[in-house]
Design a binder for this molecule. Structure first.
Ligand code: ADP
Ligand code: ASP
Ligand code: MG
Length: 436
């Protein structure tokens, strides 16, 4: 069985929802994971923000606006009064639930419950549309089988066991619809897999049922070789290795959520990126096959801070790096890039929540310099060190740009550069011009 995930724009209007319904009905049983309609999760974040600020009239105004959007969508979506009425009642109940938070204390728990409403709405509407059109389908409640553990990692055993039950119960239905993004946590509370996490839902489900393929349907024809929002004339990459795709997703290629490759890779399930607007386009196939010796794509990760620790005492001192890394570990702050020399070490982080404490602790070991507003530019492809020339090609493309750090050798699949945020667009364009 395949798992197909449709993102926000793919279900962003009545017309798009109808397209998805046509696209999935091909006689084969499949699991269809849906995001919230585009803009909905952002609106729910905004509504929560009003609740946090105790601005009830602001919250209610935004809630009413969002609800209206749903009413006009279903007006166009359904052709019979029966289903329109049924869906109206469902929408009303979700929005009444959201409004009910105006009467309670508002914390992160209430926010997560509100954020879950987008996917609950889109899947309920889609299911009713399928029923209206007499297409065989069932709605699987993600909140009953998607679960994260105490460390916010997916509880894969729980997911597999509980999902199997729902799949079995609905064996006669062709299209098994479920919500992306939302889950319950270790304590049974409503939680989520972080923004953009519907991709992760799809790959976790794919792994749980040992799917034949995981398809991520979005608004572009696959992974492009550079960020299409910044560089003109980017081209789709037809094939990527799991490792290459993971690097690109982690280092900023928004088309994929960074965590979504791992479950597919571990279970060797191919992932295909496809375009809802152009379903016949080949898209990108991500698998364990590599195109030998090819630089495939470039991506950029924003909001990076670099920290340099310079110490005379590092000379021949074992244990220096351990002490430095332990400080980041103690503040649960992941490091992305590392470069070393005999007198010091530079690292980058993207979570600056504990930056002040980290810098304070690092000062015990040397002189500390912090650069904020930096960007990691990541060049991805099959680049084993025996292949000569590729480093020169990449460095040459960046010859007019000040580079703060360079990292290669952690894997054969990536060379990373740290540059100033203000140079990002220039760097991405220069790399496309020189490499592709
Ligand atoms: P969805 O709502 O379907 O999850 P996203 O907005 O999360 O869609 O991801 C698709 C968007 O990712 C595209 O519209 C595109 O602008 C952006 N994007 C950024 N980098 C890339 C890339 N390298 N290849 C393709 N799309 C990219
Ligand atoms: N709806 C969620 C978001 O906007 C999850 C997703 O779209 O993947 O972040
Ligand atoms: Mg997305």
């Amino acid at each position: 069985m395949k798992v197909l995930k449709f993102g926000g724009t793919s279900v962003g209007s009545a017309a798009r929802i109808k397209d998805v319904a046509n696209l999935v009905c091909d006689g084969e049983q499949k699991i269809v994971v849906l995001s919230a309609m585009s803009g909905t999760t952002n609106s729910l974040v905004e509504i929560s923000d009003y609740f946090y600020k105790n601005n009830m009239s602001g919250a209610l105004e935004k809630i009413n606006m969002l609800e209206q959007k749903y009413f006009s969508t279903i007006d166009e979506l359904f052709s019979t009064e029966k289903y329109k009425l049924e869906c109206t009642e469902i929408i009303k109940s979700h929005f009444e639930y959201i409004r009910s938070f105006s009467k309670s204390v508002f914390t992160v728990f209430e926010e997560k419950a509100i954020l879950a409403q987008g996917e609950l709405l889109s899947t309920a509407m889609f299911h009713l549309y399928m029923l209206e059109n007499e297409k065989s389908s069932a709605l699987l409640p993600a909140l009953e089988f998607m679960r994260i553990d105490k460390n916010a990692e997916p509880d894969t055993a729980y997911i597999a066991e509980h999902l199997a039950k729902y799949v079995e119960e609905n064996a006669c239905a062709d299209i098994l619809i479920t919500q992306g993004y939302i889950c319950r946590n270790f304590y049974g509370e409503i939680d989520n897999l972080q923004r953009g996490g519907s991709d992760y839902t799809a790959s976790l489900i794919g792994a749980a049922i040992n799917a034949a393929e995981i398809q991520i349907w979005t608004d572009i024809d696959g992974m492009h070789n550079n960020d299409p929002r910044i560089v003109e004339g980017t081209q789709p990459v037809r094939m990527l290795h799991f490792e290459e795709a993971a690097e690109l997703a982690y280092f900023g290629a928004k088309i994929l959520h960074p965590t979504c490759i791992l479950p597919a890779k571990l279970n060797n399930i191919p992932v295909r990126l496809l375009n809802t607007i152009e379903p016949k386009a080949p898209g990108t196939l991500i698998s364990n096959q590599i195109v030998k010796g090819k630089i495939e794509a470039v991506a950029a990760k924003d909001n990076i801070t670099s920290i340099k620790i310079k110490s005379g005492r590092m000379l021949l001192a074992h244990g220096f790096l351990r002490k430095v890394f332990e400080i980041f570990e103690s503040y649960r702050t992941p490091i992305d890039m590392v470069t070393t020399s005999e007198v010091g070490v530079s690292v980058t982080i993207d979570n600056t929540k504990h930056l002040d404490e980290i810098v304070n602790d690092l000062k015990k070991f040397g002189t500390v310099t912090v650069d904020s507003d930096m960007v990691i530019i990541c060049v991805v492809g099959d680049m084993p060190y025996e292949n000569v020339g590729f480093q020169a090609e990449v460095v040459n493309a960046l010859k007019d740009i000040p580079v703060r750090m360079i990292s290669y050798g952690g894997s054969n699949y990536n060379i990373s550069f740290l540059i100033k945020a203000e140079d990002k667009n220039k760097a991405l364009n220069a790399l496309s011009k020189n490499l592709f």
